[in-house]
Ligand binder design. Structure first.
Ligand code: G3P
Ligand code: CA
Ligand code: CA
Ligand code: CA
Length: 257
């Protein structure tokens, strides 16, 4: 196939993988340079395959320590401990702080300027086992799904704007498959950012939704963290409220198109 690195010069001034595909006719998956509207250049992964491609990796949510509850590495909830005094936690869903790298998106959290800068229509999510090398993400993935309803334009064009409208903030429902749901509150008013491939219909969303604010009242902080309470009934047991070991140990990669 095509070597993406041979076309970096043109791609550098593109704002998204969709632009790279549409304006330069590039169709190979891989790392490309993008430039934000403010002029920040960064590198990320483009999925040029799924449904004709054009998907920009903008973030990954990775749980580095399921036993660390809102401790270091819980960037998509709080690294400051479970506290009602930090209702937004670290605020990563609605700020411009960036971290990590595309190549390490299954080793740690990742967030690039595309997360807040790209104006997109749909979201794609891949669940990829931790530490998978980039060239194997697609084949190693446990689950991949994307929206197709062009829901983002009505919500500000990206998740940064969507979550400005629907804050991931403490205090401000089991599930039905086939959806991606944003800003979900549980019965104790704790908030989560994204529910993976499902629409919650119950009130214990802390067992399958990720990211969140800085306070999860139930269990004295035991539910606080990037992968919330995936381990409520034991780590990786897939019993009662616990997620499977596979899902607990897979990063959630978020793309826009
Ligand atoms: O989130 C689960 C909790 O609300 C109830 O769990 O263990 O008391 O049945 P448990
Ligand atoms: Ca943690
Ligand atoms: Ca994390
Ligand atoms: Ca609960």
């Amino acid at each position: 196939g095509e070597n993406p690195h041979g076309k970096i010069d043109k791609a550098t001034y593109s704002q998204s993988c969709k632009d790279i595909r549409d304006k330069h006719g590039i169709t190979a998956d891989g790392l490309y340079y993008l430039t934000s509207s403010a002029g920040v250049t960064y590198q990320t992964f483009c999925d040029m395959t799924t449904d004709s491609g054009g998907w920009t990796l903008v973030a990954s949510v990775h749980e580095n320590n399921m036993f660390g509850k809102c401790t270091v590495g819980d960037r998509w909830s709080s690294q400051q401990g479970d506290s009602s005094h930090v209702p937004e936690g670290d605020g990563a869903w609605t700020n411009k702080v960036t971290f990590g790298s595309a190549e390490a998106a299954t080793d740690d959290d990742f967030k690039n300027p595309g997360y807040y800068d790209i104006t997109a229509e749909d979201v794609s999510v891949w669940h990829v086992p931790n530490k998978s090398p980039m060239n194997l993400w697609s084949t190693a993935s446990l689950l991949r799904y994307h929206t197709a309803r062009k829901f983002l334009p009505l919500n500000g064009g990206n998740l940064y704007n969507l979550f400005k409208r629907y804050p991931v903030r403490y205090g401000a429902a089991e599930f039905q498959p086939g959806f991606i749901t944003f800003q979900v509150f549980n019965t104790e008013q704790a908030v989560m950012a994204i529910c993976s491939g499902v629409k919650p219909t119950g009130c214990n969303t802390e067992h399958f939704c990720v990211g969140g604010g800085g306070h999860f009242p139930e269990g004295n902080g035991k539910q606080c963290g990037d992968f919330t309470s995936f381990d409520w009934d034991g780590y990786g047991t897939h019993n009662r409220w616990s997620a499977s070991k596979e899902m607990t140990e897979a990063a959630m990669l978020i793309f826009y198109r």
